[in-house]
Design a protein. Structure first.
Length: 632
């Protein structure tokens, strides 16, 4: 048994102290086991060792012994290819970095330029393309051991792509296991999924140490660990989370909320001295590495032990997450990269009315809220709210400053002064700021954090191009759902049996989430609408309230553009063409080309038109129905 454990520990690239930290055992216990002095280890110790050293069985698989083996490509820890329980030789470090980068984005082409920058930095050799070809040819036999056509390293002409089955990546196992755990608060499933992490992603590839994809994975691990810790706390067994929290803190040493949860768990287990030492070590690490003091969460965990009270408030203003959120994997991944990197981030979610921008923003914000230990601020700017005027930035700043603990008498009167104080307060904090339904760049600009680690997520129907140009805001278009996700959304809201009979409803909504939500609510009350009865046109999308009425939502966008652009919108909607060019629009509108281009630009900025390839402009089916109503 001792030799078996030692061999698997060495294969995983762990020292005895690292294995002890991951399993919650002492270093002496691991040493005794490996040297044969502990012949009958406790079942709990064996379960912990199995969870850390097993090579990736699927969730629910009974074959969980230390000797089980499945072909897999690992990136959650040291990079490796495993076949029959044995690590395959990859070769020199740059070849390992080449494989690791491709495995981080499976089935996606990584350009030659990106690979060159990653491997050689500013000193890309003239033979770079030839060297990459050699790396690929050396790696292909290694990947072939995973099974016929299971993993192929494909040269695309502009780069390389790792085409690999989903079940051969440890990241996929982790996410699949996590989904199952979260569905039922299954602590064992959480532990199995989190045990797949053997260290920081691509731990033996220094070229990827600070890569955004690696940082995003670390944030994903931290979020999953915190969800597990909360589930353990709900089960009344807080000390159970100790091994997982220790491992997560090792991967995310500057994640203060993770460390705070570790301090709390140690104290709950009766290890007060260890809890105080964990806080002391974290404080020293933050001071030495980053030059900062602990934030409110970590201080609060310490002060709870020491009997003091946290100094400053931590706002938690996010709206509740939607239970019926589906799809948007690509958008969520992009948000993780831009907004979850640990540094400052500015993101703009833009799209037509009803496209689900707010739902996406709220879902992502709730998913990553623990990565923002100093709080989350939220404001509905009412840029397109029916019967309302946009909320002035000075009023929003007053609310934000109050939430951040500024006494009412100390809040400045003027907009510039409030904005300056707001940026100063956020400079040493990591806060998530969600600005929903923005009307203009002028409304948003004073609300953006300055230097620091905070992230602003702006939601708007308008393109707000000046923010993109002058502030480096990352734009992210939010379009209609694909047909599969549209059906899934209806299934979640109506149930499988009703949704199966609602094919016409799905088709009629053309992937627009607000339209699907309204139709689902109506069908739940009036089942006859499942088969098409109950009205026609946009009347089917009246939810009985201006806030859930598609016609009202479109009307706000329509009224935000000039009379000339409104006329263009109506006439383009009447036209039978699926998409038009500027020349087509000039003939249709009977206006000079310059005036037509200006109207099209307005409609694009208001998300009433979309621009496709070759300068062709299209209109969503439901917007077209609205335009025809106006033209009638």
């Amino acid at each position: 048994m001792g030799e078996h454990v030692r061999r698997h520990r060495a294969a995983a690239g762990l020292s005895q102290s690292e294995l002890a930290a991951r399993t919650g055992l002492s270093v002496a216990a691991v040493r005794d086991l490996e040297q044969g002095r502990s012949r009958r280890p406790r079942p709990a110790a064996m379960a912990a060792l199995t969870a850390v050293l097993s090579p990736l069985p699927p969730p629910g698989d009974p074959e969980r012994s230390l000797g089980s083996a499945r072909p897999v490509v690992r990136v959650l820890g040291p990079v490796g290819v495993w076949v029959d329980g044995m690590e395959q030789p990859i070769g020199r470090s740059l070849r390992r970095a080449f494989l690791a980068r491709l495995a981080l984005t499976p089935d996606a082409c990584v350009s030659l330029d990106e690979l060159g920058d990653l491997l050689w930095g500013a000193r890309v050799p003239g033979r770079a393309r030839s060297i990459l070809q050699t790396y690929a040819s050396r790696l292909r036999p290694v990947l072939a051991g995973l099974g016929r056509s299971a993993a192929e390293l494909v040269a695309t002409g502009t780069g390389y792509r790792l085409a690999i089955r989903d079940d051969l990546l440890d990241v996929s196992w982790f996410r699949r296991g996590l989904d199952g755990a979260q569905a039922g608060d299954d602590l064992d499933a959480y532990e199995s999924a989190l045990a797949l992490w053997l260290g920081r992603p691509c731990a033996d590839v220094p070229e990827l140490a600070q890569h955004p994809l690696v940082t995003a994975l670390c944030d994903e691990y931290a979020t999953a660990t915190l969800a597990y810790a909360e589930a353990v706390e709900r089960a009344g067994d807080t000390p159970r989370a100790l091994p997982v929290l220790r491992s997560a803190v090792a991967v995310n040493p500057w994640h203060e909320y993770l460390t705070a949860r570790l301090v709390v768990a140690l104290n709950a287990a009766g290890r007060r001295t260890e809890a105080l030492c964990a806080y002391r070590d974290a404080r020293a690490r933050l001071d030495e590495d980053l030059g900062v003091e602990p934030g409110p969460d970590l201080r609060g965990a310490f002060q709870a032990i020491a009997g003091a009270t946290p100094a400053r408030p931590v706002p938690a203003q996010l709206p509740a997450d939607l239970h019926a959120f589906v799809g948007r994997r690509a958008e969520l991944d992009r948000l993780d990269v831009v907004g979850g990197s640990g540094g400052p981030g500015l993101v703009l979610l833009r799209g037509m009315a009803g496209s689900g921008k707010t739902a996406l923003a709220v879902h992502w914000a709730n998913r990553v809220r623990r990565s923002f230990p100093d709080g989350q601020l939220h404001a509905d700017l009412a840029g397109h709210a029916p019967g309302a005027t946009p909320v002035p930035a000075v009023a929003v700043l007053g609310c934000f400053l109050d939430a951040l603990g500024v006494p009412v008498g100390s809040v400045p009167v003027g907009l510039p002064e409030r904005a300056a104080l707001y940026r100063s307060l956020l400079a040493d904090r990591r806060v998530l700021v969600v600005l929903d339904d923005a009307a203009s760049a002028d409304q948003v600009r004073p609300l953006l954090p300055g230097a620091g680690r905070s992230v602003a997520l702006v939601v708007s129907r308008n393109h707000l191009s000046s923010l993109v140009a002058t502030y480096g805001v990352t734009p992210l278009a939010v379009g209609p759902l694909c047909p599969d996700d549209a059906r899934r959304l209806l299934t979640v809201r109506l149930g499988r049996e009703r949704a199966a009979a609602a094919g016409a409803v799905v088709a009629g909504c053309a992937g627009l989430p607000l339209a699907l939500a309204i139709r689902a609510a109506r069908c739940a009350v009036h089942p006859g609408e499942l088969t098409g009865r109950g009205g026609a046109g946009l009347d089917l999308f009246d939810g009985g309230d201006p806030t859930v009425d598609l016609r009202t939502a479109f009307d706000a966008s329509y009224r935000s553009v000039s009379p000339a652009a409104r006329r263009a919108f109506r006439l383009l909607g009447v036209d039978e063409s699926a998409a038009v060019t500027v020349a087509d629009a000039v003939r249709l509108l009977d206006r000079p080309a310059g005036a037509v281009r200006q109207s099209i630009t307005e409609l694009l900025r208001a998300s009433l038109l979309t621009e496709g390839r070759a300068g062709r402009f299209a209109m969503h089916d439901l917007l077209r129905a609205y335009a025809r109503e106006l033209a009638a």
